[in-house]
Design a protein around this ligand. Structure first.
Ligand code: GLY
Ligand code: MN
Ligand code: MN
Length: 461
């Protein structure tokens, strides 16, 4: 991404604010881990989207006339010796293409002046902890000058409403980064599969953390800064825990391994899940459920295109899974009825309890409304068959070219009365990243195979 990308985004924000508006966006604070050690720093996505600036302790102000002002950490040789290089406010305008910069320490004294005589102050609501209080303090300072003729902003507006819509549709540069991120992640998955097969063949004590190390190695080798989220490497029954992390469980001959892992590259996430036999060969029951999940994913992919609704891939998935659960005997026809009953009563929910996807972008669960903005007023109600709750529905978002979402169906079989024993503790998810196009979608994460035969072939080599 170049400075002109960021400048164009700031111009779009300025236009949305109106001439008398002002927007303020802070980056993320550093997070202490213990004593004087911090967690690895990660910038705030909104802030980075508008600046490309990765240092902590920074605030961006955009005004309706199109001017951008940055507050950032001042140069400080002693701190830089310990913590590293700082750009500093003197160099920031030229380096980042912004209009003015000040030391972060001047924020509280300068913000009241910047806010004076404006109509509205915009900032991300309920995202950046403490920002509301800071804004209130600045407004109080403006108000104290009202008797000298100053005008205090009357409106506080949620900047997320503007930025979320912008971030939801990825431009060509963003798509290019996301393709590269997905390619690196796919290589990590291939590498992890191969290591599992190799270690099991050699009779070695293979653990979840061994595969986690392979993923990280490939991510960093590809230039990724860090994983986009905590990698899930789940051996055997652990795959039925949806938010499991890579632990130390042994990979056992005859069991599956589920890996949900993706790297972050230049601020953009990838998010891939593959499920494979630890030893490289699916058993009969594993293969039956695997092929079912793969078929449901194909149906979801076919339903993903511009003009379709966000929920269409989910509905397509559920249709295939519901029929398949009856066919393989996970659900008993005599108890639940036919496929329409399974869908109507949500009987599939016992084995498939999450949605088929989410927006993907700078954040792994990216921002953006899932409701079609032009239809927010069209509310319908239905009774949930499982909880009995009344659910309010609004029309789901219409997909547009450049939106990026995951397609990630699964089946998770916890042992329970009536559930056929051969399927117990099998957990399968297949997740790919898709860029919506006019005629369909581009799967950017298929550098690692999905078909069972291709996975077996890869693990044999
Ligand atoms: N890895 C998080 C998700 O798949 O949604
Ligand atoms: Mn996902
Ligand atoms: Mn995932």
């Amino acid at each position: 991404m170049s400075n002109s990308n960021y400048a164009q985004r700031r111009e779009r924000v300025a236009a949305a604010l109106g001439p008398e508006g002002l927007a303020v966006i802070r980056t993320a604070p550093e997070q202490p881990r213990n004593r004087d050690s911090d967690f690895l720093y990660r910038h705030d996505s909104y802030f980075h989207y508008l600046t490309g600036f990765g240092e902590p302790n920074a605030t961006l102000v955009i005004t309706g006339d199109g001017r951008s002002t940055l507050f950032c950490a001042p140069k400080d040789l002693e701190r830089e010796i310990w913590d590293g290089y700082r750009l500093g406010p003197e160099a920031a305008p030229a380096a980042l293409g912004i209009d003015a910069a000040h030391s972060a320490g001047e924020l509280d004294s300068l913000m009241p002046k910047l806010l004076e005589n404006r109509q509205a102050v915009w900032y991300p609501f309920a995202i950046q902890a403490g920002l509301e209080v800071r804004v209130a303090g600045w407004l109080a300072a403006v108000r104290s000058r009202v008797r000298y003729g100053a005008i205090c902003p009357e409106e506080q507006r949620d900047l997320c409403a503007v930025l979320d819509e912008m971030r939801l549709v990825k431009d060509a540069d963003e798509q290019a980064v996301m393709r590269r991120a997905a390619q690196i992640s796919a290589r990590g998955h291939v590498r992890a599969m191969k290591l599992a097969a190799r270690m099991l063949r050699a009779g070695q004590d293979a653990r979840e953390y061994h595969l986690d190390a392979e993923l990280l190695h490939e991510f960093r080798l590809g230039g990724s800064e860090y994983p986009a989220y905590s990698s899930i490497v789940a051996a055997g029954a652990n795959a039925c825990v949806l938010h499991y992390r890579a632990g130390s469980t042994r990979l056992r001959d005859g069991e599956l391994v589920l890996i949900d892992a993706g790297c972050e590259l230049e601020g953009y996430a990838s998010d891939i899940t593959r499920t494979f036999p630890a030893n490289g060969r699916f058993s009969g029951p594993q293969r039956a459920l695997y092929d079912l999940v793969a078929a449901s994913q194909e149906a979801a992919v076919a339903a993903t295109r511009a003009g379709a609704r966000f929920t269409d891939p989910h509905d397509a998935t559920v249709k295939v899974l519901a029929q398949g659960m009856l066919d393989v005997g996970l659900l008993d026809r005599n108890q639940v009825g036919g496929v329409d009953d399974v869908i109507e009563k949500r009987a599939y929910f016992q084995f498939y309890m999450h949605r088929t996807g989410h927006w993907l972008g700078m954040d792994v669960h990216d921002c953006g409304s899932y409701v079609e903005p032009s239809q927010v007023g069209e509310v319908s109600e239905r009774k949930d068959p499982l909880s009995g709750e009344i659910i309010k529905n609004r029309p789901s978002r219409i997909l547009r070219p450049g939106m990026v979402l995951t397609i990630e169906p699964g089946i998770y079989v916890r042992p329970a009365p009536g559930v056929p024993e051969p399927f117990h503790n099998i957990g399968i998810r297949i997740e790919d990243d898709a860029i919506v196009t006019e005629s369909g979608c581009e799967l950017i994460s298929r550098g690692v195979p999905v078909k069972a035969d291709e996975i077996e072939a890869l693990m044999r080599d």
